[in-house]
Design a protein around this ligand. Structure first.
Ligand code: NAP
Length: 331
């Protein structure tokens, strides 16, 4: 059988956005316990840039960048019974998603953190659904599982306009917490529209002037922001960082629990957030959409560390875009 040729972005050595190459490769085949997905859209994560720079996940070259995706199942591998050809799905794939086709491990027994799959929310386009993994899933596990957020608690969320923060604000409001959030001037109204009661413009106001004695901090920024935030947590409260480990000695002195997020998102977490989205409790926001061949520009924008919402590569044909709201699955 002649192997189908597809387009993919590949990286042959670590470096800047210029190492992202658009290439023709053979279409992968799904192995046992895997599905082949036609990728309609891929989320571009800060982690993808850090990996490309050689400072995060170590890779074997060449590799295809990206992990978050939304698309349609094209083929199912041996032993796969729960998923069907034609189903619209979203999730995360360890084989890379800046490509027209990728394989996803669906066998929960061999499923790793990086392989997640769930039906695409009916209410979202493929571009929107590609923003959920490592955005909504991280916000959910960090706030609700690691942070144990409860109704009525006071929570401070940093980087509230970002791919994780924007979901964190909405989930915290859904939970019934009182939300304090930091962002820059351009995003203040946006973050308020997500449900934050107190929005602090970090470019003009030290957040200590606006918030204190919180039950929980979700820190997405690190450095000085992390250090200063530890002092705002009430004794017995919690700080969860998704960027860098907080100082253990300082946490002990202050009588707070502080650590990195440690709950690894699973497909069940992704299913929970898609349910909340379909029920209208949260919405994604897209910062900007690029075509696959514009992956370098997408990474350049992502590396700025500023902006509102998640950057997306729209990979399927333009014609698919108009169909994308209608072609979701039943199961
Ligand atoms: N550990 C994990 O499991 C995990 C998972 C996902 C992400 N992460 C990490 O978490 C971080 C955030 O991820 P993301 O996807 O949300 O990134 P993102 O989409 O790039 O968003 C970053 C946000 O941070 C804001 N920001 C920058 N400086 C700030 C400051 N001093 N105070 C408050 N907000 C500030 C920016 O808003 P403005 O434009 O308003 O400045 C931007 O909206 C990244 O470092 C990422 O690698 C970790």
């Amino acid at each position: 059988m002649i192997k189908r040729t597809i387009q993919a972005i590949r990286v042959h050595h670590y470096g800047g956005p210029e190492v992202l190459q658009l290439e023709q490769i053979s279409c992968p085949e799904p192995g046992a316990g895997e599905v082949l997905v036609r990728v309609h859209a891929a989320g571009v994560l800060p982690a993808d840039c850090a990996t490309r720079q050689g400072i995060f996940i170590k890779k074997t070259f060449p590799y295809i960048p990206g992990s978050a995706f939304a698309g349609v199942i094209e083929e199912v591998g041996p032993g796969v019974t729960d998923w069907k050809v034609g189903q619209a799905v979203c999730g995360r794939a360890s084989n890379g998603t800046s490509t027209q086709y990728t394989t996803v491990i669906v066998d929960e027994r061999q499923n790793s953190a990086i392989n997640l799959l769930t039906p695409k929310p009916e209410t979202l386009t493929f571009d929107e659904a590609a923003t959920l993994s490592a955005g909504a899933t991280t916000a959910w596990t960090a706030l609700l599982e690691d942070g144990g957020l409860q109704a009525g608690q006071r929570v401070l969320i940093h980087g509230a306009a970002g791919g994780v923060g924007l979901f964190a604000v909405q989930f915290a409001r859904w939970k019934g917490a009182q939300v304090f959030a930091t962002t820059s001037t351009a995003n203040v109204d946006f973050v308020r529209s997500l449900g934050a009661e107190t929005v602090i413009d970090y470019t003009t106001t030290p957040f200590e002037e606006m918030v204190h004695d919180v039950d929980l901090v979700l820190d997405t920024i690190g450095g000085e922001t992390l250090l200063r935030s530890m002092k705002l947590v009430r004794r017995g409260g919690t700080l969860v960082s998704i960027y860098e480990p907080p100082l253990a000695e300082l946490a002990e002195q202050l009588g707070i629990r502080a650590g990195m997020n440690h709950t690894i998102p699973k497909s069940e977490h992704l299913r929970k957030v898609t349910q909340l989205i379909d029920e209208g409790h949260a919405r994604p926001t897209i910062r900007r959409v690029f075509a696959l061949h514009e992956a370098r520009k997408a990474h350049e924008l992502c590396e700025t560390g500023h902006g509102r919402g998640r950057i997306v590569l729209h990979i399927a044909d333009e014609a698919d875009r108009s169909l994308s709201r209608g072609s979701s699955s039943s199961g």
